[in-house]
Design a protein around this ligand. Structure first.
Ligand code: PEP
Ligand code: MG
Length: 876
């Protein structure tokens, strides 16, 4: 019989996959002898089984849960529903990877009308007993039965108004008792049944709700963003309650052993007296700094500091802990490696190396490459920032600079961002449902909540700038406006926020690019030391190439030459070329293009300082370039000496039903060799010039022919490329090596890679097209139906962002296995979007690619991911 349930005393930290992070760490803390209220963990496998059994808990699992309850009653000396010593528990989710705020929690489970009286009398604290009960009804109704929170909040607000009080804590026992009655009536009205009184029935409802929450929309989005597979499932932890809301000698807190925003070494956290855990993270009340705990609970504080030390040196990482103080006694409810900003992650990793706790390799492995993104994006311009006067200051909850137009809801943030607006989401407080809106916004500003509020934790996780707890804002969400520093702000008004200092500014403050220095530089240097795969960049302009070099690119893996024509009047000559009717007309247009291309290529070689540069020959889906505006058509007609009607006829003739599979790539070179010849001249002449200027550089152009599906295509195009190149080199009387290779982006190329390798000096996987053509999904249209695929659990990720290792990856491996034996000198890379995605980079390392190539800002991400892949590989 499978074991589905583990007491905390039966597990340990190595059992994370089975017990989830929270369960494994509760067990580990128990083993370490720390004060942990006891309980049990229902495994992640039980969650998977729940889904396999059609969202039911089968008898075997149910039986083991019941046994565990009996054991727990034995350990705690309390009993479910008991008239003397009743057991109350919390029921909390806990997946392998922590997903803060994404799934559900229920506290105070086990209460009913009789038990609440026992608690009230036994404790001599009826206020506390009724507070627990009303909270339980509220959470159970919301989480298990999906009756919206807002109905209960409305009742609380009404009660506070009637009693003339502002805070929940000012409500009396009688008020709370009356509220509990109103809550139950609300429950009955919404559900049509009485609120359940049997603790075991309550428990099973709660466990099912936690399992179900694994599949809620916000958890699904979070998993997709964080590469967490759906198949992992969540564990459920059932733990005896410790009460932070029994009076002023009680409290609850969340603390980190180092500052999660800056990485500074030292206790950092927040604390609320007379409260339960959710009050701190939900941001409903603004908590006090952890240091104040020292005055209120001196003994518990000393003990807590010891626990922090023990846990940090045990896990050798910054810990994020939840704890409760009940009548002055400390209870640990959770510990985990804390989420942190990218900046903090770098500082902590470096400090742990300096403190002798971690090796360089371990430090490199600790950083989530995806988080580097925030550091690579603009910060406020220092001079502009200095000159700007903040209108208010709140908590700098997640660093970075954000400016944009104010929006008041997550939906608006998404909608405005989709039409290209930069927005700052301003909310009273955020809830997990806001995650997509937070993602769409440049930054988040909240009125309530501390550093550990949902907004802060989630924003840090996704690297979004966030300022929280700005109590000076007088918010009117309904009418989409707020007042701050005497000014009324409306939807669309510009605002800037600084997530590092917490400052808020009226209007837009200009931003500047980030640089790699300090700890960032140290970690990247270690990454470079341990990685074996090279990292190149996809750069189309000298400016991109320069940026990429600054960010550590070791070459250009892809220059999309057609992109060099998007700007200014360059497009005119390009249009003349594609709308030419004769070879002569085309050659005339190409004559105009040649010097511009040559100039650009020279600048690229200069920027790359002798590192490899791959120039891909024209691959334009023509529809992106033909003129559509009347004015542009007229301009083209005049340039060609034709009428507008003639040009329109030519454009009509260029129309393609499926341009992505149309007259592009090498097909263009096959039909119009003069284009490839011109590009060859430009590449070779540029290389000759740069080599002359820098004799010590290794200038060896790599000419890349796109969209090859048949060896004969490559042979055909290569022939006149080589003839042209050799003629140029001979005419210049110099020596210059060059290579001609191809992209592998059509499945037929992968299937016949042994033939293609005979003619190619290198392969570069164009996984954008290879994914498109392997799946048969248009890369331009897939976005329209992928959401449906996520909902139906067919896909967990966008295959255009995260490489489909099973299918597309198989074609890649096949190409390598077929190509290398035929041409041992073949060098192989990837330049599709996947070249900057960490899990795809790991795969590329595994199959032995020489390099990955990605957009400039993803170069550091790829460097780190490549190092992690190498380190993990050695460790295996
Ligand atoms: C590719 O197809 O992966 C590629 C890099 O080329 P493009 O995106 O320009 O089609
Ligand atoms: Mg392509």
């Amino acid at each position: 019989m499978a074991k589905w349930v583990y007491m905390f005393t039966e597990g340990d930290a190595t059992m994370r996959n089975l017990l989830g992070g929270k369960g494994a760490n509760l067990a580990e803390m128990t083993n370490l002898g720390l004060p942990v209220p006891q309980g049990f963990t229902i495994t992640t496998e039980a969650c998977t089984q729940y889904y396999e059994d059609g969202r039911t808990i089968n008898d075997e699992i149910m039986g083991q849960i019941m046994e565990a309850i009996t054991k727990m009653e034995g350990v705690t000396g309390k009993k479910f529903g008991d008239k003397e010593n009743p057991l109350l528990v919390s029921v909390r989710s806990g997946a392998r990877a922590s997903m803060p705020g994404m799934m559900d929690t229920i506290l105070n489970l086990g209460l009913n009308e009789e038990v609440v009286d026992v608690l009230a009398e036994g404790s001599g604290n009826p206020r506390w007993a009724w507070d627990c009960y009303r909270r339980f009804i509220q959470m159970y109704s919301d989480v298990v039965m999906e009756v919206g929170k807002k109905y209960f909040e409305e009742l609380i607000d009404k009660m506070k108004e009637e009693k003339g009080v502002k805070q929940d804590v000012e409500l009396t026992a009688d008020d709370l008792k009356a509220l509990a009655g109103q809550f139950k009536a609300e429950y009955k009205e919404k559900i049509g049944e009485d609120f359940p009184t049997d603790p075991k029935e309550q428990l099973m409802g709660a466990i099912k709700a936690v399992f179900r929450s694994w599949d809620n929309p916000r958890a699904n989005v979070y998993r997709r963003d964080n590469d967490i597979p759906y198949s992992w499932g969540t564990a459920v932890n059932v733990q005896m309650m410790a009460f932070g809301n029994m009076g002023d000698d009680c409290g609850t807190g969340v603390a980190f052993t180092r500052d999660p925003a800056t990485g500074e070494n030292g206790l950092f956290g927040e604390f609320l007296t007379n409260a339960q855990g959710e009050d701190v993270v939900a941001g409903v009340r603004t908590p006090m700094h952890i240091s104040e705990m020292e005055d209120k609970f001196p003994e518990a504080f000393v003990q807590f500091k010891d626990v922090c030390k023990t846990l940090e040196s045990h896990y050798r990482d910054m810990q994020d802990m939840e704890f409760t103080v009940e009548h002055g006694k400390l209870y640990m409810l959770q510990t985990r490696n804390g989420k942190r900003t990218a900046q903090a992650a770098l500082k902590i990793a470096c400090d742990l190396v300096d403190e002798g706790m971690r090796t360089e390799e371990e430090a490199v492995a600790m950083i989530d490459p995806r988080n580097l993104d925030t550091l690579l994006h603009p910060q406020f311009d220092a001079a502009a920032l200095k000159a700007a006067e903040p209108i208010a200051k709140a908590l700098g909850a997640s660093p970075g600079a954000a400016c944009g137009k104010i929006v008041f809801s997550a939906d608006d943030a998404k909608e405005w961002a989709a039409r290209g607006e930069k927005v700052v989401l301003v909310r009273l407080e955020t809830s997990p449902e806001d995650i997509e809106g937070m993602k769409a916004a440049q930054g988040i500003l909240t009125v309530r909540g501390g550093m550990t509020s949902h907004a802060a934790v989630v924003a840090r996780g996704m690297g979004r700038c966030c300022v929280s707890g700005c109590g000076d804002i007088a918010m009117d969400e309904e009418n989409k406006k707020f007042t701050l520093a005497g000014k009324e702000y409306h939807e669309g008004d510009p605002i800037s926020i600084n997530g590092s200092t917490g400052n808020i500014y009226d209007g837009i403050i200009p931003t500047v690019d980030a640089t790699i220095a300090g700890e960032f530089g140290r970690i990247m240097a270690w990454a470079d030391k341990y990685r074996t795969m090279k990292v190149r960049t996809n750069a189309d302009t000298p400016a991109d190439a320069k940026k990429a070099r600054e960010l550590g690119a070791e070459g250009i893996g892809l220059c999309r030459t057609e992109h060099m024509f998007f700007e200014g009047n360059r497009i005119d000559a390009f249009r003349e070329m594609i709308c030419a009717e004769t070879v002569e007309e085309r050659e005339a247009a190409l004559e105009k293009i040649l010097p511009e291309q040559q100039g650009d290529f020279e600048k690229l070689y200069e920027a790359l300082e002798g590192n490899p540069v791959t120039i891909r020959f024209l691959d334009p889906p023509l529809h992106e370039f033909v003129p559509t505006e009347e004015e542009d058509i007229k301009k083209l007609a005049d340039a060609q000496g034709k009428t507008v009607e003639q040009i329109k006829t030519i454009i009509d003739g260029l129309h393609e039903f499926n341009p992505m599979m149309g007259h592009r790539g090498c097909r263009l070179a096959v039909t119009y060799p003069e284009i490839a010849k011109m590009q060859t001249k430009a590449v070779i002449r540029a290389a000759i010039n740069v080599k002359k200027a820098h004799p010590d550089w290794n200038v060896c152009p790599e000419i890349m022919i796109p969209l090859i599906g048949d060896i004969k295509e490559l042979k055909y195009v290569k022939k006149f490329v080589v003839e042209t190149a050799d003629a140029e080199i001979a005419a210049a009387g110099v020596e210059l090596k060059y290579e001609v290779g191809t992209m592998i982006e059509i499945p037929r190329a992968a299937l016949t890679a042994d033939e293609i390798a005979k003619e190619a000096d290198f392969f570069c996987f164009g996984t954008n097209d290879l994914t498109q053509m392997t799946y048969g999904f248009s890369r331009d249209d897939a976005g329209k139906f992928l959401d449906g695929y996520y909902d139906a659990k067919i896909f967990e990720n966008d295959p255009f962002a995260k490489l489909d290792q099973t299918g597309v990856g198989k074609l890649m491996e096949m190409s390598i296995n077929l190509g290398k034996p035929v041409n041992p000198n073949l060098h192989i890379g990837i330049c599709g979007e996947h070249g900057g995605d960490p899990s795809s980079v790991e795969f590329c390392n595994k199959i032995g690619l020489n390099y990955v190539s990605c957009s400039p800002f993803r170069v550091p991400i790829a460097r780190l991911a490549a190092a992690q892949a190498a380190i993990n590989n050695v460790g295996k």
